[in-house]
Design a protein around this ligand. Sequence first.
Ligand SMILES: [Zn+2]
Ligand SMILES: [Zn+2]
Length: 237
Amino acid sequence: MKVDLHTHTVASGHAWGTLFENVKEAKSKGIKLLAITDHGPSALGASTDVYFKSLKRIPKTIDGVRILSGVEANIINNKGKLDLEDEVLKKLDVVIVGFHKRCGYTDQGIKKNTKVLIKAMQNPYVKMLSHPYQSKIKIDIEKITQEAIKRNILLEINASYFFTKKIADKEIMDKLKLMIKILKENKKKMIINSDAHNPYEIGNFDDVISRFDELGINEDNLLNNDKEAVFKFFNIS
Ligand SMILES: [Zn+2]
Ligand SMILES: [Zn+2]
């Protein structure tokens, strides 16, 4: 697996790797394309918009690893507004949205949560959803997957769930399997991301790979080994 598009640094406030420690680990794991996607400003302890505006000053390539700038943005209200302005989002390579608790939006049940996430997906800069089947703020995974297909938004399989919890929850697995089934029926690719919160977790995909049969996927269903396809998808030159 050559690509990891969801990773955190110390700038998230509750992660432990610096950019350079993460890059070093990426290189040792054979990751060629690494996105730095720290939590958006509304997460407790996260960085301000100044940090995200300054990401353009990171070298494009460090030690042979291509670096993409990004954010895991939060939804802050019922209109699906994100915690970075569009003028900041449009300068980032990889804009992820994911529901997290205590980041502005309050859980209002599956129906309302789904509606609000769909509103956030209408933001043209949103290109990927983090762990859509797995948030404590629950959503209708079938509706969200259909919306992602319609809007060409990439859905991730979050590896951290598998390396932090050795026994997977049935409800979460059922939702993940449903997401995968719908994506496969529509011939859409998905991506595995580490969601690393310390350097050693970068590119740590073994626990997902060992479940490929159970999940009904193989490498052909993933974007992880196709750097060019990733560049094309995120419109990166
Ligand atoms: Zn997350
Ligand atoms: Zn994350």
